[in-house]
Design a protein around this ligand. Structure first.
Ligand SMILES: [Zn+2]
Length: 84
């Protein structure tokens, strides 16, 4: 079996950008980490909805404009290096 052209799945996983959003159903702050930098960049730049998820409620919701702004800053910021 010729596997020379096997699909290369060894892509480096994109860096995911963790952020938090408040669930509208249970009003708890939920950490989100389901988006990588590239996806977020596309969504934010294109004016698309960025959805957050709450495991407890099993519910998705679009993040607020305030959360979008914070997220945009995180996305465009150079990789933060914690000092010591
Ligand atoms: Zn919830």
């Amino acid at each position: 079996m010729n596997v020379a052209h096997a699909t290369r799945t060894l892509r480096k996983p994109d860096e995911s950008i963790p952020f938090i959003s408040t669930c509208p159903a249970c009003t708890q702050v939920r950490p989100q980490c389901g988006y990588d930098r590239g996806s977020l960049h596309r969504l934010l730049n294109g004016g698309h909805v960025v959805e957050a998820y709450c495991e407890t409620c099993d519910q998705y919701w679009p993040i607020s404009s305030n959360e979008r702004v914070r997220l945009a800053v995180a996305v465009i910021a150079p990789r933060a290096k914690a000092d010591s």
